[in-house]
Ligand binder design. Sequence first.
Ligand code: NDP
Length: 471
Amino acid sequence: MQTVSTIFINGQPVEGGREPFPVNNPATGEAFAQCPAATPEQVDEAVAAAQAAFKTFQHTPDAELKAMLHRIADLIDANADELARVVTLEQGKPLALAQMEVGAAAGWTRYTADLDVPVKVIEDSETRLAELHHKPLGVVGSITPWNWPLMIAVWHIMPAIRTGNTVVSKPSSLTPFSTLKLVELINQVVPAGVINIVTGEGGIGRAMTSHQDINKIVFTGSTPTGQDIMRKSADNLKRLTLELGGNDASIVLPGTDLDKIAQGIFQTAFLNMGQTCAALKRLYVHEDQYDEMCAKLVELASEQVVGSGLEEGVTFGPVQNKAQLDLVAELVDDARAQGGRVLCGGEAQQGNGFFYPPTIVAGVSNGVRLVDEEQFGPALPIIAYSTVEEALAMANDNVNGLGGSVWGDDIEQARAVATRLESGTAWINNHAEVLPHCPFGGSKMSGVGIEFGEEGLLEYTQPQLLSISRG
Ligand code: NDP
């Protein structure tokens, strides 16, 4: 087993102050490397370094910030093979998907580099000139999850740096290595202290969220952790962007050509083995087409090759961790006990690794845990409806509101239904499509704030109104 890398504080590689901890390869269920563990004192040091760097970094000219992000994107590309392999080793996804994640990380960085921070003229009259400017906030704490470890770190870190903030990053303890490598690369470009990283289980995230010198937390992960972060942030009124759990509903309108949409539905439900915040997690299908839709999805599931992400030809990797695997199994078993019909999959694979095949469950409805709760894994419940109004009511009957979708041949009819979904994004004939220029965020219990595009960028800034009197 290798002991990998160090944490980074003030531009320097630093040994963790505690015993390193093991990180599992989900395809074997066994540790493949040891990760350095920071102490709470090292969190303080990282925040102090970021605070000191902010004094000058906040004044960096825009063109220089943009150039830095472009250089970082080039470094991501230059290290793409290593990054993709690390993502597969720690996260489990098939290598081709990890390569897509790395490619998207570079692309997202470039897009963010080229975004402008707008100055809005509010009034330009004889009496006054009033302009709305945006200034960086200070130290941004980024706390990331284990499903898209590199991509989500990029989503947090790049807009923070682009707007002149400094950063302390804390990746999930289940998938720390791709972010450690990313931070090492970023440190080759930015001044010391602009990006710092502290890894470690449990207390490290909490040490950040209650830290008085962190000005903003950007967090992607579970809703309970998001709530905890919000409570802890009250003391110094940290700005927050919280991208939390989802339980996205999808409605197939009556009479839709299922041949056209089955592949899209399967791909967006089982994207990253279903471990995607905005994956399609509940599918509502009209009773007349119910059996046909189920059969098509089962056929697509049967085509998947389940196995280690590093093996050639594998299309479906393991679940990232044992706790998530157990949750998926528990929800499917519960659905079965409630009369649900498991049409394919439905049992964890025996042997090493956290493998659970793509699973389709029919004969369930709202009120069953697999429908009501976020499964965050490879099990899709399909629910029959008799009227579109009933489907909408069931789709909206959930505490979450991240994404939602409507699939149909008549776009105007689909639009009319989609706009009534209680969700931050409503897709038509698609799902789970996040793009660097499209603002993305949750409603209800799925989050606070927006990521991506100009709206997302401005979440890393403090508005300042400049009012020049002409009287
Ligand atoms: P968590 O929310 O527990 O963890 C996400 C990140 O937050 C990790 O870096 C974790 O660190 C850190 N963290 C945990 N507790 C705290 C805290 N109190 N204060 C500050 N930081 C904290 O998610 P899990 O990994 O446990 O996954 C559980 C569920 O979350 C999944 O079943 C799924 O429903 C949802 N989830 C949603 C994701 C999304 O993209 N929206 C992504 C991943 C999970 P550490 O690893 O060191 O504990």
